[in-house]
Design a protein around this ligand. Structure first.
Ligand SMILES: C[S@@+](CC[C@H](N)C(=O)[O-])C[C@H]1O[C@@H](n2cnc3c(N)ncnc32)[C@H](O)[C@@H]1O
Length: 198
């Protein structure tokens, strides 16, 4: 099975997430601990827009980091404003934080970098770092300021699925910080978030 939009330059090992990405609306709520790891290590000044909020799994944790969290999604999943396509949105926000649909990650980077006034943070596969197309576009034109690599594996389940087993894919938070000097810093989360916030 191939999907030209999923990975521009090669084959990932298929996973549950990959097949669901291809066949479904790509709704994978982020486990709370993965968002706690971000807000424990990055500060956010002003409002935060969760621009693909799903059922609010990430928005609820972001409320610990900002008094003003705006939530929207293209689909109505019972949380925030629905019918808002982030790839077309013109709204700006102090900060934008989300876990995007993976097959639209490049578009989310383009929109987020232009719409965020301070920080734009995306939860992505670590393998997003690879690929000639991204090297020639995102990483040469607007590289992230920091990449936070998880030392513990995140397991994503389609909403409503029975949770069993553990993840096989490495993830990282990619942070574009308008107030940081140019260049990309590679950082690692200390182990323990999964246990502390699960
Ligand atoms: C991987 S889920 C993550 C949900 C939530 N951010 C979280 O972390 O729990 C991706 C979400 O992106 C939404 N989505 C897909 N395309 C979108 C678009 N163009 N604009 C806004 N949201 C979109 C989906 O409906 C889905 O809820």
């Amino acid at each position: 099975m191939t999907d030209s939009t999923y990975n521009l330059n090669g084959g990932f090992k298929p996973t549950t997430k990959r097949f669901a990405d291809l066949n479904g609306p790509d709704f994978f709520p982020t486990p709370a601990w993965a968002t706690h790891a971000l807000i424990d290590n990055e500060s956010f000044s002003g409002e935060i827009w969760e621009s693909a909020c799903g059922n609010g799994a990430m928005s609820r944790v972001l409320e610990h980091a900002s008094r003003s969290v705006i939530s929207s999604d293209l689909y109505d999943r019972g949380y925030g404003d629905s019918g808002i396509d982030f790839l077309q949105a013109k709204r700006r926000a102090d900060n934008i934080v989300t876990n995007p649909p993976y097959n639209a990650a490049e578009g989310f980077v383009r929109s987020g970098v232009s719409q965020a006034k301070h920080k734009f943070a995306l939860l992505l596969r670590l393998a997003f770092l690879e690929g000639a197309n991204r090297a020639n576009t995102i990483f040469s034109q607007c590289p992230p300021s920091r990449v936070w690599v998880f030392s513990e594996r995140i397991t994503f389940y389609p909403a409503g699925a029975v949770q069993q087993g553990s993840g096989t894919t490495a993830y990282a938070w990619f942070v574009w910080d308008k107030d940081a000097p140019s260049g990309t810093e590679l950082k690692w989360f200390k182990p323990g978030y999964k246990h502390r916030f699960n």
